[in-house]
Design a protein around this ligand. Sequence first.
Ligand SMILES: Nc1ncnc2c1ncn2[C@@H]1O[C@H](COP(=O)(O)OP(=O)(O)OP(=O)(O)O)[C@@H](O)[C@H]1O
Ligand SMILES: [Mg+2]
Length: 508
Amino acid sequence: MQNQPILQVKGVSKAFPGVQALSDVDFEVYPGEVVALLGENGAGKSTLMKILAGAYQKDSGQIYLNDQEIELTSPHHAQTMGISIIYQEFNLVPTQTVAANIFTGREPLYGGAGRILKMVNKQEMERAAQEMLDIVGAHVKPTDMIRSLPVAERQLVEIAKALSFDSRVIIMDEPTSALGDEETQNLFKIVRSLKDQGRAVIFITHRLKEVFEIADRIVVLRDGRLVGSVPAQDTSIDGLISMMVGRSLDQMYQKETAEIGDVVMRVQGLTRYGAVEDVSFELRRGEILGFAGLVGAGRTETARLLFGADALDGGEIWIDGQKVSIHSPEDAIRAGISFVPEDRGSQGLVLLLSVFKNEVLPTMSHFTRFGLLDGATLQQRAQEYVSRLNVRTPSLEQKVMFLSGGNQQKVVLAKWLMSNPKVLILDEPTRGIDVGAKSEIYALMSQLARNGIGIIMISSELPEILAMSDRVLVMCEGRVTGIIDRQEATQEAIMAYATRHASVQGTI
Ligand SMILES: Nc1ncnc2c1ncn2[C@@H]1O[C@H](COP(=O)(O)OP(=O)(O)OP(=O)(O)O)[C@@H](O)[C@H]1O
Ligand SMILES: [Mg+2]
């Protein structure tokens, strides 16, 4: 490592209406270094990175690139200076091809620049795109549409795009939050090779374990201020938690024993061709049923079928012993099924509406008295969940689009927790959520279970599955390959079922 930072920030501050997002922050990164940037939801991580990427303007402070003070005026400007960012919410155009996304605004033209009639040389663009895709090992074609690609591949396209600018500093905002273990390892391989090429990588994550796998140095923000910068080998997960939260968390997983009651939901032979095949299980009151499996195993697809988001090709669903027919999310909500989707940005929230309106959308009917809305009760409940989940917002009236990524997710959770369902399906409930709020969500799940709600928790984090589930249902390639009791559930048992096809073994 050289001892001159490639990029340095001194005394940067940034305010939004009602929020001081950053106060007097110093930060630097060296060539060939991987820095993990940590902090609770709303701590200011994305804001700091957006300033470095030219997307936001700082209110005060200085930025130096190779010891030269610079003003970054736009994302394009930052990119040409060699700073690229891969956003928490991706920044690709879904309806365009991979190649068009990589070279947007820089398309190679026939006959070179200066021609009056500018025609994009598609062949050249696709060749150049392929070159970048090969470097990151993406198994996609330059002509593929972005919208047809899974998250992991989209991310590789973003990295390919950063490399096409020959970026010296590459910022990744929660790149692993939507990835499974294998995809994460693949991403780390790429990060290490970027590092070996002398590039600097800044990496934001809420998964503390992976910090130690990939980072050389860890920088922690709290409430918009720098708390500290430490070499990764000089700290531990507990050390990081107390830096982030300002206290230590004695118990992360707050699993309590709830009384397991009658069957609240029975599912028989659920099928959607090409996605889910013959899925059957029972869920009891007070039970947390973990759904484990690799990315793409059919867990989210199953949830979408139960919620009426996709049409069934076969199968039956009973709630409280009554067969229900679910053709839409409205049917599902009426039957008492709530679903907190994994892709909360696009499916769970109305970004232009306030925190309050988002929270109460599905709940309205519960609070209507004599046809009038009991506004005060509603406000009180909405505020209660905002406080419990520690949603950082200046008020209930703030538009959700102005909240940090993790705080948006908490609002979606709040909205469904308020709706008092019989069956609550949570898809990756703690993705992108900081450690403090995570343990609060586990506590809430325990409380809901104690109140007799049946909970399905889809999760790719095995420690979370093991700690919180009463039983674990494992899927592989659209089928249920095993249902394991809490006592028998181990990481090895789950992985064995997750990588094996149902037809190979006959235990269920
Ligand atoms: N465009 C904006 N308008 C108003 N407030 C904003 C805007 N962007 C961010 N904020 C606020 O600034 C604070 C810092 O947000 P930021 O997105 O940087 O947090 P973060 O550390 O990235 O959190 P997370 O882990 O949840 O992604 C938050 O209180 C957020 O609501
Ligand atoms: Mg963020």
